[in-house]
Design a binder for this molecule. Structure first.
Ligand code: GLP
Length: 264
C-alpha cells in the first residue's frame, strides 16, 4: 500500500488526477470507477481543467458509478448519476452513454443488482476512485458488510444519512437505502485510489490503513488489494502511526509518500 500525504485537499486532488490521467493514457479501453462525494470534487475539477486547458480526452473512457440512492426521482439532482453528469461528464468529451450506474428505478432491484455486478465485472475496472465515510464505509458498504459482498441493495446507517444530509435541500430526507457495489466488487478493480481529506476522516483512515481487516470497518478491505494508493491531506493523515518517509511517486511532485504499514 502506498500512502501519499499531499499538502492540501486540492493537492491531494491533483495527485489523484495524475493517476487518472496516466491510467487513461496507458489504457486502450479505460474502465474508470467513479466515486461521488465532496472529496472527489477536487479530482473532478482538476480533470475538467486538464480537459479544457491541456486537451485531456475522455473519448474512449467508460465510467462506472460505485453506488446510487434508491427512492429518488430519476431527475433528482442528488441522484449520483446526475451528480456525475454535473461535476464531470457534461464538462468533458466522454461519450454519450459512457457513464454507467445501477438503475435505481428498476422494478426488480435484485435482478438489477445482478445485472450491474455483471456489467462491472465484464468491463474490468482498471482504476477505481474511492472515498471513505466517517464510519469507514466504502461505496455504500456500511460497517458489518461482508468482505465477500457483491452489488446489492443496502440500508444506509443513520451516521451516513446524517453526513450526507448536507447535499440535500432542506426538508428533503436522505434516502435510507441504496444500491452499492460490494466490497468484493470494488476489490476486483485493478488499482484502487482512496482519497480522504479533513480531520473528520482521520480515525476511519487510520483504522482502514493500520487496523485489522474487518467487516466492522469496510475500508480496511483495501489492505487485501495488491495495488492501492491512499491519498490524504495532512488532517486526514493525522491519526496514522509514525510514518516512514519515502520518495514521492514517480511523476508526482505533490506530497510525500509514506509507508505506515511498512510495505511499500
Ligand atoms: C458517500 C459515498 C461514498 C463516498 C463517501 C465520502 O456516502 N457513497 O462513495 O466515498 O460518502 O463522501 P465525502 O467525500 O462527501 O465525505
Amino acid at each position: 500500500m502506498r500512502v501519499v500525504v499531499a499538502e492540501s485537499g486540492d493537492a491531494a486532488g491533483r495527485v489523484a488526477a495524475d493517476m487518472v490521467e496516466r491510467f487513461i493514457g496507458d489504457s486502450v479501453s479505460p474502465a474508470l470507477g467513479l466515486a461521488t462525494g465532496e472529496t472527489m470534487q477536487a479530482v473532478f475539477s482538476e480533470l475538467v481543467r486538464r480537459h479544457r486547458e491541456n486537451g485531456l480526452s475522455f473519448a474512449g473512457v467508460h465510467a462506472f458509478l460505485l453506488d446510487e440512492y434508491l427512492d429518488l426521482d430519476r431527475h433528482d439532482p442528488c441522484a449520483y448519476r446526475n451528480v456525475a453528469h454535473r461535476v464531470l461528464a457534461r464538462h468533458v468529451d466522454i461519450g454519450p452513454g459512457a457513464v454507467h450506474g445501477p438503475n435505481a428505478q428498476a422494478d426488480d432491484l435484485d435482478a438489477e443488482c445482478a445485472r450491474y455486478e455483471r456489467e462491472v465485472r465484464d468491463a474490468g475496472i482498471g482504476l477505481q476512485l474511492l472515498g471513505i465515510g466517517c464510519n469507514g464505509h466504502i461505496a455504500f458498504n456500511e460497517p458489518g458488510s461482508p468482505l465477500a459482498s457483491t452489488t446489492r441493495v443496502v440500508a444506509l446507517s443513520d451516521r451516513t444519512r446524517a453526513d450526507n444530509a448536507r447535499f440535500f435541500p432542506d426538508g428533503q430526507p436522505v434516502p435510507d437505502r441504496a444500491i452499492t457495489q460490494g466490497i468484493a466488487t470494488v476489490g476486483a478493480a485493478g488499482e484502487l485510489v482512496l482519497l480522504a481529506c479533513g480531520e473528520h476522516k482521520a480515525d476511519a483512515v487510520a483504522r482502514a490503513v493500520e487496523g485489522p481487516v474487518t467487516p466492522g470497518l469496510p475500508a480496511s478491505a483495501i489492505q487485501l488489494h495488491a495495488n492501492v494508493t491512499v491519498v490524504l491531506d495532512p488532517p486526514a493523515a493525522s491519526g496514522l502511526g509514525c510514518p516512514r518517509v519515502a520518495p514521492a511517486p514517480r511523476g508526482s511532485d505533490e506530497g510525500m509518500l509514506i509507508g505506515p504499514a511498512g510495505d511499500i
